[in-house]
Each structure stands twice: as C-alpha cells, then as structure tokens.
Design a protein around this ligand. Structure first.
Ligand code: 5RP
Length: 264
C-alpha cells in the first residue's frame, strides 16, 4: 500500500485511536431532498467540525460545501436508481475516479447489493472502481446495501462484507446486527456501521457503542444525526462514544445536557 493510499486512509480512520465518525449525507442521490437535507449548507455545514469525514455526492459537494472546508470528503460514486424504482440500489458508476481526483477526496463509496438479481452488475462495476482507485491511491468504502426483502442478519452481513473485501474494498460499511463480532472477525478490512433509519437516540448510541465493542472502527451515520432533534448535540454524543470512550448512558447525558443549547 503506497504512501498516498495510507495518507488518505488516515484522513478517514484516525491514527490516534483507529476510529472514525463518518457523516453520511449522500441520501439525495436516490431520495432527493429528504428530511434534514433540504438545504445542506444550513443543516450540514455546522456539523462538519464534529465529523471525521463527510460522505456525499459530487453535486452536493459543489453546491453546498465551501471549498475551503477542512473535513475530508468521501465521494459517493455509485447510484442510478431512485426510491421510485422497484429495483432500488441497482447501482452503477455515477462519478468517475478522475472526478474524485478533481474534487480532492480522501475516499470514494460504492454500494453493492449482494443477493439481488442484478448483484453481478453492482459487483463488477464496484471492481472497476477499485481497479482505478488502487492505481490512484484512493481508498474505496464498500456500502453493503440491503434490499427491502432481504434478511438483515449476521450471515448475510458477513457474506456481503467479506465479498466486498475480497473484491478489493479498503473499508466496509455495513449494518449492525446480532452477532456482529462474527461479521467483523471474518472481514479482513476495517468495518464501519451505517445508522439506518432514524431510531430513538439512546438506542442509536447503544448501537454505535455495541458495534465498536464488537470490533467496528466507527460509524458512517446519516439520518440518526441530521434528523435528530438537535443534530449538533447528537453528533457530539456519537463522537463521545467513537473517540472519547463514553458509554451510551454517558453519551446520552451529554446529549441531554446539550439538547437545550442548540435548537434546530
Ligand atoms: C445508501 C446509504 C445511505 O445513503 C447512507 O450512507 C446511509 O446512512 P444512514 O443509514 O446512517 O442514514 O448508504 O445505501
């Protein structure tokens, strides 16, 4: 692994504690202006100081994020279907690696859908990106998306995460499930968890804590932060778990204390 790849990886997973809090705000590529992302310059920019990276599309980056920002960027490079499409997540390449270099990103993210009838399309497109990313020294985050009629269990997440790693992913983003330690133990690259749909804040903090306890290096969380009652307080609470060894209860106390400090 050359210096450039290591340097970019260190912008995502921090060397001081081998942890990361990635803020995922790429949802517009298939959900449009979903709640909390209506005007990202107003809702997301204030969260950036608390995030280790920002994951988003090239359009959101160019139109909402100041170019002088210091938060490392992970560029979403797969897409092509919307929430209106019955084959949601039948994704292909939506941004080139040349564009990733032009945007000076720390990494790229690509969703694969293992088990779908079109899994081959997503997996082969993923490996095209990995080939070029390797030649450029840019890490690839594989997002193991889960179709709505698929069972979210450790067996499935282990299959999808290990396939992603075998095909060349440098980081795997998957979902926290019962028996998550098996998912991490059988994946040879660092694992982060998505937050998934918005859930009760203490439950979300427990999920992040349990994932880290099971060996994940962090989170790549979106809706549970930017759809929270107080997103700044919530990202700080998540950060306390990821980087300050807080328990879920301590993080929730921090959240409650700060809740009144920032109102949406
Ligand atoms: C799509 C995604 C989402 O765009 C996003 O990255 C997930 O973040 P969260 O579930 O925490 O809102 O990964 O497959």
């Amino acid at each position: 692994m050359d210096w450039g790849m290591k340097n970019r990886l260190s912008k995502i997973i921090k060397a001081k504690d081998n942890r990361t809090l990635m803020l995922a705000v790429d949802h517009g590529y298939f959900m449009g202006p979903t709640t909390g992302l209506e005007q990202m310059d107003k809702s997301i920019v204030p969260l950036m100081p608390y995030a280790d990276t920002l994951m988003l599309t090239r359009g959101a980056l160019r139109n909402y994020i100041p170019p002088e920002s210091e938060t490392p960027i992970v560029l979403r490079v797969s897409g092509g279907t919307s929430i209106l499409n019955e084959n949601l997540l039948h994704e292909g390449i939506i941004a080139s690696m040349e564009e990733a270099v032009r945007l000076n990103v720390a990494g790229v993210a690509f969703s694969i859908l293992v088990g779908a009838s079109f899994e081959r399309d997503t997996l082969l497109a993923f490996t095209e990106i990995v080939d070029e990313a390797e030649s450029l020294g840019i890490p690839v985050v594989a997002v193991t998306a889960v179709g709505k009629d698929m069972v979210r269990d450790a067996r499935y997440m282990s299959l999808a995460s290990r396939m992603a790693a075998e095909l060349g992913a440098h980081i795997v983003k998957t979902y926290y499930v019962e028996g998550f330690e098996n998912v991490v133990d059988t994946c040879p690259v660092p694992v982060v968890i998505a937050g998934g749909k918005k859930i009760e804040e203490l439950e979300c903090l427990k999920m992040a804590y349990n994932a880290l306890e099971a060996g994940a290096v962090g989170v790549d969380m979106g809706r549970n932060i930017f759809q929270a009652e107080n997103p700044i307080a919530m990202i700080q609470a998540v950060r306390s778990i990821v980087h300050e060894k807080a328990t879920p209860e301590e993080a929730y106390q921090l959240l409650s204390k700060k809740r009144g400090k920032w109102s949406r």
